[in-house]
Design a protein around this ligand. Structure first.
Ligand code: SAM
Length: 228
């Protein structure tokens, strides 16, 4: 398959078994080596504590930096990621720290997600959901809405449209395969779609949620919202 064509490619067709060592799924294994949670996630966790939330999902948890943080705070933590290796690393670290969380290997494009309706008090989606074409991003977002309780909380972080414009100006090589979705043709994330969001587009992605805060950090929109 030509990953660099001008078409938006299907990196991981629904129903196909994941391959543990596939290049795409393991592109991020060495990111965040110090396991420090994002400052915005630390604030989100304070909001959750104040609200008495208990069951939290880390959607696209990677090697688990937010899983460990939330588990240490005493939340009932769930997480999934499509990278078997990332989930393995997270499980090993959980066990090393004597913490517990319910982790699984899952592709966000494989819907429905494996959780019941209204199962979570809160869902955390940090730098993950934009890794698809918009049709799939919308489908995954609607799953987030389905599995979050009424009154539950959402924190989502996605790259800004301005970031895509900066990368373009600086000569990064990528193909815009649909408006706002870029597929890098070089670097760690080669072949992986990245949708870069405008603010309104991000808010519109979660129509069942009321925005509580929307800030920009490190070229990412960071939305905190509450399900109606
Ligand atoms: C930039 S990392 C962020 C990881 C984590 N949320 C964090 O903040 O540490 C992006 C993550 O998205 C995961 N990912 C990308 N596409 C995915 C998909 N289709 N389904 C599940 N996870 C995916 C990657 O494996 C990677 O762990």
């Amino acid at each position: 398959m030509d990953l660099l064509s001008t078409q938006c490619v299907e990196l991981h067709p629904i129903g196909e078994q994941s391959s543990p060592s596939s290049m795409a799924e393991n592109s991020w294994l060495n990111w965040y080596p110090d396991r420090t949670p994002e400052e915005s996630v630390v604030r989100f966790a304070q909001t959750l504590k104040g609200a008495g939330s208990q069951r939290v999902l880390d959607f696209g948890c990677g090697t688990g930096r937010h899983i460990f943080y939330l588990a240490r705070l005493g939340f009932e933590v769930y997480g999934f990621d499509w990278s078997e290796d990332a989930v393995k690393i997270a499980r090993e670290e959980l066990s090393r720290q004597g913490l517990g969380a319910e982790l699984r290997v899952w592709d966000m494009n494989h819907v429905p997600l494996p959780y019941d309706d209204s199962f979570f008090d809160a869902v955390l989606v940090v730098r993950v959901i934009h890794h698809a074409t918009m049709e799939k991003v919308r489908r995954a977002a609607s799953e987030v809405q389905r599995i979050t309780k009424a009154g539950g909380y959402l924190y989502v972080e996605v790259p800004t449209h301005e970031k895509a414009m900066r990368l373009k100006r600086e000569g990064s090589k990528s193909v815009e395969c649909e408006p706002g979705t870029f597929v890098p043709s070089e670097g760690d994330e080669i072949g992986i779609p990245h949708h870069h969001f405008k603010k309104d587009e991000l808010v519109a992605l979660f129509p069942g949620f009321t925005p509580l805060a929307l800030e920009e950090r490190y070229e990412h929109h960071c939305l905190t919202a509450r399900k109606r």
